[in-house]
Ligand binder design. Structure first.
Ligand SMILES: C[S@@+](CC[C@H](N)C(=O)[O-])C[C@H]1O[C@@H](n2cnc3c(N)ncnc32)[C@H](O)[C@@H]1O
Length: 267
């Protein structure tokens, strides 16, 4: 099996049970608030509607979509992650509207053509998967005409400092050329490659798949990861979220951001 797939699956299977706890802090609450704010304008407006959450992890976004009343297909290549979603659905009154699939985003034979009004892939599944081009082609295939995809990816420019900090010019040159870096965990068999993108490359990837890019932004402009203590006060959180949203309106803010979020529509 392709080691890029195996490492990610192994890593995500291992962390599935503790995944929510890893991301349960004020910084991620801030990050999630921004992420959901970018998805919300693209929620389907008519019912019934079907959404797919690709690389669903423990279901953070798919469960929100389910709560909003949509049918949701949760797909992840880690059976451990899908099992976490299944457990959360046990006492969920909307569980009949949920479909769980263990599968790879680069080929999703279980998901029919033109069947979803909204597709999400949060947490940079596009960067993690072994073939981003195939992934975007697949999500274009499963979208209904007029449907929207909200996807995040790792931003190449944000990772440049890592190579400079290491003083490793060979790796820096290589990284600038191909945008590929590694998710480093202590266990080597759990390491996996990440494909980072500039905003221009990400836009082109979606356009090449016949999708129309309707929004492309970066997050977070304010480096709140390094100032978590400021987010402990709910009033400060609200002010910082408002500032973040203001700053994001200027496309040049993308340069500061670790992640890109793109919304594209199928004509
Ligand atoms: C960083 S987590 C994000 C989880 C969730 N979307 C969220 O935002 O909380 C990335 C998820 O993508 C899944 N994943 C990575 N590559 C995948 C692939 N090729 N096909 C399906 N799922 C994949 C991982 O197993 C993991 O659950």
């Amino acid at each position: 099996m392709n080691p890029r797939r195996q490492g990610s699956r192994k890593y995500h299977d291992r962390v599935a049970g503790k995944y929510d706890a890893i991301y349960d802090d004020a910084y991620w609450a801030y990050h999630d608030e921004i992420t959901w704010g970018l998805i919300k304008p693209h929620l389907p407006r008519t019912m019934p509607a079907h959404c797919a959450d690709l690389g669903c992890g423990t279901g953070k976004w798919g469960l929100k979509l389910l709560k909003s009343g949509f049918h949701v297909t949760f797909l992840d290549h880690s059976a451990g992650m899908v099992e976490q979603v299944r457990r959360k659905l046990d006492d969920n009154p909307r569980q009949k509207k949920a479909t769980l699939v263990v599968g790879d985003v680069i080929a999703m034979p279980d998901l029919p053509d033109a069947s979803f009004e909204l597709v999400t892939a949060m947490g940079d599944v596009l960067s993690i998967c072994s073939d981003p081009r195939a992934c975007v082609r697949e999500l274009a295939r499963i979208l209904k005409p007029g449907g929207a995809a909200c996807i995040t990816a790792d931003h190449q420019l944000a990772a440049l400092d890592h190579y400079l900090d290491k003083g490793d010019l060979d790796s820096l040159e290589k990284f600038v050329r191909n945008g590929r870096t590694q998710w480093l965990t202590d266990n080597e068999s759990e390491r996996f490659e990440l494909q980072t993108f500039t905003s221009g490359q990400l836009r082109k990837l979606f356009e090449d798949a016949g999708l129309e890019v309707i929004h492309l932004t970066g997050k977070t402009v304010l480096p709140m990861r390094h100032h978590r203590e400021l987010l402990a006060d709910p009033a400060a959180m609200d002010r910082l979220v408002a500032l973040e949203r203001d700053l994001m309106k200027d496309p040049s803010s993308i340069g500061r951001c670790g992640h890109l979020q793109i919304t594209a529509r199928k004509p």
